[in-house]
Design a protein around this ligand. Structure first.
Ligand code: TTP
Ligand code: MG
Length: 409
């Protein structure tokens, strides 16, 4: 919502962009809510023994090779002594909101791009807040003090580099890509850590004996486009030069709220894709209710491994009433445009043509069956905001009991 003027802001100045990303987000919240889990391998996601995947895990669990999107069965083989916990989405959304609220204090050009990451355009804020490095340190301290979380901040002249920089410094990182050293920074990275480089593209590059970023930079644009296709060619050509490439699109057209996830590796597994849509749906719905808007227009964005992008939209006769309904419509749209043969590199869900809740109420000529459900959802959001009651987790996001469990062994 706040991103509309992000790109217009200080268009002609060298920009200072912060990318902020919470470390091991879901797992960190679990450790904060239950301090006995601190320092332990905590794995949040599907139930061990089932067919689901890991949502995320603490850095202690990463030492065993466990990571996001890995089948839970594989995680369990790698880390049988881990503490396996279910996803408590509403709690994470609540913590996310606190963090985002703090970040908004530091720049009017704030753009939340997922549940745990945001960009701040800090161009021109130096007189108010001090040098970027100091502000970043202040932000890190304040977030830690007020939530217990550690975050990583990347600072650079554009969003793509800032995102790579926050990842580079993880966890508890602060990494600055100084002006003029963009290419040197990119060269420190492994080819596979370039954002948005899918498995297929990586394989294709390997076939061409391109295994480093430096080697990739030696390829002229026409050649890259010929080998990888126009879109992927241009994307990589710019990425290896530290030139802004799109990873998160902006919500500019009409008033809309959306959230999207670019997968580190392209995906085609339905359970994982559904889970992502479920999480994104809850996140967007929470923001809609929290910002006091309503919408009848559901949008789903799919980007395939070859960069082809489709935007599908469905307009309803009634206001979207709940995260479940929203999720269901997104699945319906997914089924229309996707089959397993095509791997996905990005999924985005959104609600468009937003109407402020008050004027929406006036527009409603009659109440329908959806009204009741929506009111329940709104009440839940209000209560969550007031008291932060973690027990109000939606049942659909609770696959099994909440207490830390040792998986069956
Ligand atoms: P990330 O920021 O990618 O991961 P993270 O915060 O757990 O770890 P870090 O940033 O330190 O590397 O994603 C944020 C949250 O989104 C994550 O805590 C869980 C969720 N998520 C999934 O559910 N599935 C996924 O495949 C990914 C990548 C994230
Ligand atoms: Mg994170």
């Amino acid at each position: 919502m706040t991103s509309t003027y992000f790109s217009e802001y200080h268009q002609y100045m060298a920009r200072i962009i912060f990318h902020i990303d919470i470390d091991a987000f879901y797992a960190a919240v679990e450790q904060i809510d239950n301090p006995s889990l601190k320092g332990k391998p905590v794995i949040v996601g599907a139930k061990p023994g089932g067919r689901g995947v890991v949502s995320t895990c603490s850095y202690e669990a990463r030492k065993y090779g466990v990571k996001s999107a890995m089948p839970i069965s594989q995680a369990y083989r790698l880390c049988p002594n881990g503490i396996y916990l279910p996803v408590r989405m509403s709690r994470y959304l609540q913590v996310s909101k606190t963090v985002m609220h703090i970040l908004k204090d530091y720049s009017p050009a704030f753009q939340q791009v997922s549940v745990d990451e945001a960009f701040l355009d800090m161009t021109g804020t130096e007189r108010l807040f001090g040098p970027p490095k100091e502000v970043a340190q202040k932000i890190k301290k304040r977030i830690h003090r007020e939530t217990g979380l550690t975050i990583s901040i990347g600072i650079a002249s554009n969003r793509y580099l800032a995102k790579l920089a926050s990842e580079y410094g993880k966890p508890d990182g602060l990494f600055i890509v100084e002006k003029g050293s963009e290419v040197d920074f990119i060269d420190k990275l492994e080819l596979k850590s370039l954002w948005g480089l899918g498995k297929k593209t990586l394989e294709r590059l390997n076939e061409l004996n391109i295994t480093t970023i430096e080697q990739l930079r030696a390829y002229p644009l026409p050649l890259l486009s010929a080998v990888l296709g126009d879109a992927a060619g241009k994307y990589l050509y710019n990425a290896v030069r530290g030139i802004e490439v799109e990873i998160h699109e902006q919500e500019t057209k009409s008033r809309s709220i959306s959230s999207e996830r670019t997968f580190q590796k392209d995906r085609r597994d339905l359970p994982g894709i559904k889970r992502t849509i479920m999480e994104l749906s809850h996140e967007v719905m929470f923001r809609l209710l929290n910002d006091k808007y309503r919408s009848k227009t559901v949008t789903l964005k799919l980007r395939y491994a070859d960069f082809t992008t489709v935007n599908i939209q469905k307009s309803l006769k009634h206001w979207v009433s709940s995260a479940e309904e929203f999720y269901g419509i997104n699945l319906e749209l997914l089924r229309k445009k996707w089959n397993k043969s095509r791997a996905l590199r990005l999924i985005g869900v959104g609600l468009a043509n937003l109407v402020p809740r008050e004027s929406a109420e006036q527009q409603e000529l009659f109440t329908d069956a959806y009204d009741k459900k929506r009111k329940v959802e709104e009440t839940v959001t209000e209560i969550r905001k007031k008291i932060g009651n973690t027990k109000l987790t939606k049942a659909s996001l609770l696959k099994y009991r909440k207490k830390p469990t040792q998986p069956p062994g």
